[in-house]
Design a protein around this ligand. Structure first.
Ligand code: FAD
Ligand code: 2HG
Ligand code: ZN
Length: 478
């Protein structure tokens, strides 16, 4: 069977769901957690961007690890393919089935197991929503080491499985460092307990890394142990207007040296990106019109000290003309308004029509050059918006192009151009969103053949029948 929606993608040789299978699932889970009504399953079949759509007939909602284990053991024995789903906010189509895979939703696995209030180490189930964890921790003087625009819906298990980056990575590093341990269930149902809660543990291979960023292809993450920093006592956000991308780099360099240890976010957006939030979502722009904007956040333990640093930083940049205008907020409600502008861009872009979305890592000195290049290559009468924004502090550009409707001629100009450009600069074709279903045929632009071969061997070892999230991450020929 070849997919009608995705020509060239063939259904693997898996079993078809039968009444007998459904009956068995009902013996593992209570009947309200085995969802088979078409209209109830529909939402789980389509991704957040509404671009990838499967035809699964069943969603299973386990609450505990043992239920996940029993489900996978049975699916493996019966050769039923499965698709693990967290908050379904992924942007590369990894969280929805391609054909009729059994959807395993972790949304009811949402208990907090423990918080050690001395070390700040949190242990929780995979289905906890990121924002709920943030609120739980903030009441106890801690915070999550990651934050992203999808926080109200995405789950920590999804974050770990995608190795999500986001807006705090510059300060707290990637999840590979903050996640201390993981409990996961292998394709055959075996529970792998590497739920260490230790900062230091060099006893053999670091197995947690098999699950961090493997997008549900090697196991289902059921619990996570994560190092949480103490909440800052003072947070300030500066929203800056600048004339050129060179000025953004100057500001970034100054932020690193001048703000140093209190710098907690360093984000950039061009005018057309900000416009997706202001025009399409009717949000208010806090300063005048400039070709570029930056959102810089500081978090620290002493408000007076932080304000002093931030004021000096801004005075220096305004005096030498690098920053043209800016506004600073320290009250939570104004800080939120500024972040809404940055975090609203992804949703705002959808109002343009079709979005061609790229998430690339590039060296800082060639970070923005692809945008003017694409503006010369793409026909102005067909394209709505070519814009760039992202985590400039981490070298991660979000390149987005929009057209009123999907246009294959426009796509032919963009791809493989964007991937070749990125590869020539030794960048990454997926900085933080992962490979999922949509990027599998481009993985080789960033991974050598020998690395890909090792990935295939690891997959075969952990999931010999290939039941876990098929058609995702690894290119089809493997
Ligand atoms: P899902 O979308 O449900 O799943 C993502 C992948 O992980 C799928 O392959 C799925 O099969 C797998 N998976 C989910 N849960 C499990 C589990 N328990 N075990 C095994 N596999 C699992 N991403 C960033 O990196 N940085 C950002 O700044 C960022 N901002 C975003 C802003 C918006 C508005 C949106 C819509 C998305 C954004 N994303 C960002 C992408 C997305 O939110 C992240 O990838 C997030 O980590 C996905 O979490 P989720 O729970 O929604 O996972
Ligand atoms: C962000 O940083 C997300 O806002 C989404 O990673 C990026 O939509 C995008 O291109
Ligand atoms: Zn991002």
């Amino acid at each position: 069977l070849t997919s009608v929606r995705y020509p060239g993608v063939r259904r693997g040789n898996y079993a078809q769901l039968s009444d007998r299978h459904v009956q068995h699932f009902r013996s593992i889970l209570p009947k309200e957690r085995v969802i088979t009504e078409t209209e109830d399953v529909a939402g789980y079949n389509v991704d957040w961007l509404r671009m990838v759509r499967g035809v699964s007939q069943i969603v299973l909602k386990p609450k505990i690890t043992e239920e996940v284990s029993a489900i996978l053991e049975y699916c493996n024995a019966e050769n039923l393919a499965v698709c693990p789903q967290g908050g379904n906010t992924g942007l590369v189509g990894g969280s929805v089935p391609v054909f009729d895979e059994v959807i395993i939703s972790t949304s009811l696995m949402n208990s907090i197991v423990s918080l050690d209030e001395l070390s700040g180490i949190l242990v929780c189930q995979a289905g906890c929503i990121l924002e709920n964890l943030e609120s739980y921790l903030s009441e106890r003087g801690f915070m999550m080491p990651l934050d992203l625009g999808a926080k109200g819906t995405c789950q920590i298990g999804g974050n770990v499985s995608t190795n999500a980056g986001g807006i705090r990575l510059i300060r707290y590093g990637s999840l590979q460092g903050s996640v201390l341990g993981i409990e996961a269930v292998k394709a055959d149902g075996e529970v792998i307990d590497c739920l260490s809660s230790l900062k230091k543990d060099n006893t053999g291979y670091h197995l947690k890394h098999l699950f961090i960023g493997s997008e549900g292809t090697l196991g289902i993450v059921t619990k996570v142990s994560i190092q949480c920093p103490p909440s800052p006592k003072a947070v300030n956000v500066a929203f800056l207007g600048l004339d050129s991308f060179d000025d953004i780099l100057r500001t970034f360099t100054e932020a690193r040296s001048g703000l140093g240890e209190i710098l907690s976010s360093c984000e950039m957006m061009d005018l057309l990106s900000l416009d997706a939030a202001t025009s399409n979502l009717k949000l208010q722009r806090p300063i005048g019109e400039f070709p570029f904007y930056m959102l810089i956040e500081t978090s620290g333990s002493n408000g007076t000290h932080d304000e002093e640093k931030l004021t000096k930083f801004l005075e220096t940049l305004m005096a030498n003309g690098v920053v043209r205008d800016g506004t600073v907020a320290s009250e939570p409600s104004r800080i939120k308004l500024m972040w809404n502008l940055r975090e609203g861009i992804t949703g705002g872009l959808l109002h343009d029509g079709y979005v061609y979305k790229y998430d690339i890592s590039l060296p800082h000195n060639s970070f923005y050059a692809i945008i003017p290049e694409l503006r010369t290559l793409l026909p102005a009468d067909k394209v709505g918006r070519i814009c760039g924004y992202g985590h400039v502090g981490d070298g991660n550009l979000h390149l987005n192009i929009t057209t009123p409707k999907f246009d294959p001629d426009v796509l032919k100009i963009i791809e493989p151009f964007v991937f070749e450009w990125t590869s020539k600069l030794k960048g990454s074709v997926s900085a933080e969103h992962g490979i999922g279903f949509k990027k599998t045929q481009y993985i080789h632009f960033s991974k050598s053949q020998s690395s890909l071969n090792l990935m295939v061997n690891i997959k075969k070892l952990m999931d010999p029948k290939g039941i876990l999230n098929p058609y995702k991450v690894l290119p089809a020929q493997h």
